[in-house]
Structures are given as structure tokens and as C-alpha cells.
Design a protein around this ligand. Sequence first.
Ligand SMILES: Cc1cc2nc3c(=O)[nH]c(=O)nc-3n(C[C@H](O)[C@H](O)[C@H](O)COP(=O)(O)OP(=O)(O)OC[C@H]3O[C@@H](n4cnc5c(N)ncnc54)[C@H](O)[C@@H]3O)c2cc1C
Length: 448
Amino acid sequence: MNAPIVIVGGGLGGLACATLLARQGHQVHLFERASHVGGRAVTQVREGFHLNLGPHALYAGGRGIGVLRALGVPIKGRAPLGSGGVAVRGGTLHGLPSGFVSLLTTSLFTLAEKLEAARFLANAQSIDVAPLRDTPLRTWVESRFAHRRARDFMYSIFRVASYCNEPDRQSAGAAISQFTRAAKGGVLYLDGGWQSLVGGLAEAAGRAGVVIRTHASVASVLHDAQARGVVLESGEQVDASAVILAVSPRFASAIAPRISALRAWADAAVPVRAACLDVALETLPSQTTFALGIDVPSYVSVHSAVASLAPRCGAMVHVARYLAEGETATAAELASDLERIQPGYRRFVRHERFLPNLMVANDFAEAGRATPGPEVPGVRGLYVVGDWASSEGMLADASLASAKRVSELASRHALAGHATDETRTQSENIDGTHDGARRGFAHEAARA
Ligand SMILES: Cc1cc2nc3c(=O)[nH]c(=O)nc-3n(C[C@H](O)[C@H](O)[C@H](O)COP(=O)(O)OP(=O)(O)OC[C@H]3O[C@@H](n4cnc5c(N)ncnc54)[C@H](O)[C@@H]3O)c2cc1C
């Protein structure tokens, strides 16, 4: 019998890839080092408040939702209203432009700045992004927008769509694609948080027959020019017909240190990070539910205004600062971002969690740098899955898109290996028969 396909990592990407492969008839073993699956998509529940790990929104027009639906994962949630939000510039609140009427009426811009932003919003969907793949976002913005405040507005909308705050390095083509995808399809805040996706995927994996082992940290990958298996930290060795690394580039390289491609990807990766303040409130002091920083990389959103995430009258609020490489933000800064739109909120806090340095994505589409994976050069049957391993969207979309692609490649690889093994067994049988016949002839000759 063929050795199983081994998946390292039980986040959304690993779970989806495992399920897709098991549905094609493969035996799949998934190893997760934590006590539970879900990775960064887990949600904590405290007194009826559902706390995602920082603000999470599913791109309704992205690649991920298609993969989840195909796997039968229930997706329940709603899109936040575009209108009624505020833009923060110089510490002052202005109407957030979310359409042409709010753009025309906002106090954020002068008329000339409004016209510049309006021209972009009207034409964004038809911009040819392919020639802009290798252009840094800042180069593109500075060449297209004459007004400082229109430029700042552009950076803020690309930040909120991609979480990335690296305009000097981010690919303009990738940033514009992500913005237009988000603007066209919208996003969903999910009832019960992203744990609903984790639960749905884990159930689908169970139904498909995936063997999931938690508390099972993989220490190394066994390979020559072909992936052969993994060794767990416990010392247990598991043979594999293919190995899929659904972990960060740093972990992937750490467990397969002799593979130069993995080392190069880990060295080049620039993580997308955020400081997050997740706040559960007994009640909301004010009606404003969304604020976007224009000259400061801040985000505040009351996710429970849209999705079922809090008990009656309560509110689940996510506050974030998008961090550039080497940057930090303090709990006090994030608290003051929230205080600005929800004055006096501290009186109503039930739970509060400050996470100063979350890894939102392991890497981003950098101008002039190729996207890693999904095949690992030099080792057949070894693949990578994750938000760093696909150019089909960003964040969870990239992770799920890479899971889908790798499930196709690994399936083909495992079947080809199986066919080779069968051919070898058959030819061994034929040889054995011939040998037997030869031996038979030899016995006959000896008797004669
Ligand atoms: C603050 C924040 C906000 C976000 N907002 C959004 C959003 O709005 N929209 C969106 O689409 N995405 C968002 N994301 C990103 C999204 O959460 C991730 O892209 C997605 O969950 C990644 O899933 P994954 O399976 O690729 O990786 P992970 O979730 O990181 O899973 C990797 C798993 O591998 C396990 N592992 C690691 N090493 C080993 C080992 N040696 N052996 C066994 N197991 C191992 C880990 O424990 C982990 O469970 C956000 C993330 C954060 C942190």
C-alpha cells in the first residue's frame, strides 16, 4: 500500500489541503503541534463574546470562499455597511468616503483632492495591473496623485485591503488587485468568528477520513531528491508519499534545513504584522462603528454591529495598527484610537486583550520578487501551503488558493509514485516467474 500524504500544520491551509486530498481517495495524515487545529483563525469565547485573533474579515469575492464552499463549510455572516464610518486625520474625525456621495460631502479633502480620488475610484476596476507587478506601490501612487492628502487616502485604502504597510516595497499591481477585489465583492464578518471556518473545515476533514493528530510537532522532513516522510519531536518516524508544509517559511526551513529554496524563501520573507486590541464591551457608548486612520495607520471596527459575536447589548470591537517592518505600537495608542470614536468606552469593558505583534501574513507580494512555491525546487513531492505561497489573492485567500493548487499537484505526484511502485511490483513478479521457470528448467536439466 502507498504511504500516506503527510501535512504539517493544521491551520486553514493545512486543513483544506488535507480534506481536498482525502476526497480524492488519498490516505492523509495531518500533524499539528498545538492542542487544537485552526492556527491563526481560532476564536476565543469569553462570556458569550467571540474574540478573533485581531480583526478578521473574509473577502467575499476572493479565492478562499470558493474553496471553503466547495468543501461544504458553512459561511454565515454579513457585510459591514460601507456608509457611516469616519476617517481620522490630524486627530480629527471626517466622513469616510465610501462612495461618490460621501466623497463629495466629506470634509477630509479639498475639491481638487476629491476629484483626484474620485477619478481613481471610478476607474480602479479597469486598471491593467499586470505591468504594475514590479512597481512599488509608492512609486505608482506618487506618480498618479498630485495632492498629499489624496495620496494619504490611497495608502490608507490599500492598507485596509491588504493589511500591508510597506508602500516602498509592496507591488502596486498586487495592492490594486486586492483593493478592487475587496471593493467589488466586499467582505464578510462571520457569525461566531473565524472558529466557524475552523470547525467547518475540521468536520469536513473528519468526514473525508483525514487522520488529524494534535500535540504532534514535526521536527524534521526526511528527503533525498524526493520527500520520504517526517520525524516527530517524539522521535516517531512517519513515511510519506508526499509532504506538504502548511507552516510559516521560517518553520518550513527549520525542519528541512538542507533545502536551499526553503532557506532562501525564509530569508526573503517580510512578515505583515499588526498590533491588535480586542475589546468586549457591555454596551457601546456611541453609534460610530468604523474608523480608518488616514495619516496614522489605524483601524477600529465594531464587528458585532454586523455579525453575531456578542451577547445582547454587548459589542465586540477590534482595534489595529498596521506595522511597517521594525515598527511597534503601544496599548495606549490603540486605546486612544478607540476612545476617539467610542468616548468613555473604558467604563464598559468586560474583556480586553492587547496583542502587540501579530503575524497577519507570513509575507507579501513585493515588487520584483517572485512568490514562493508551491513546489519546492530540488525535492519531488514536497510542497508549501500558506498565505506566503500563492499570488492568487492575499491572507487567507492565498492560503486556501495554495491549498487547492497543492492538492492537485500532490495528488498527481502520489498517484504517479503509486503507479511506479505497482509497475515495479509487477515487473518483479514477471522476473520472479521467469526466474522460477529458469530454475525449473535447471532442475529438469539436472534430473535428465
Ligand atoms: C491580526 C490578524 C488579522 C487577520 N485578518 C485577516 C482578514 O481580515 N482576512 C483574511 O483573509 N486573513 C486575515 N488574517 C490572516 C489569516 O488568519 C491567515 O492567513 C490564515 O489563518 C492562515 O492560515 P494557515 O493555515 O496558512 O497558517 P496558520 O494559521 O499559521 O497555521 C499554521 C499551523 O501550523 C502549525 N505548526 C507550525 N509548526 C509546526 C510543526 N513543526 N509541526 C506541526 N505543526 C506546526 C501551527 O501551530 C499552526 O496551527 C489575519 C491574521 C491576523 C493574525
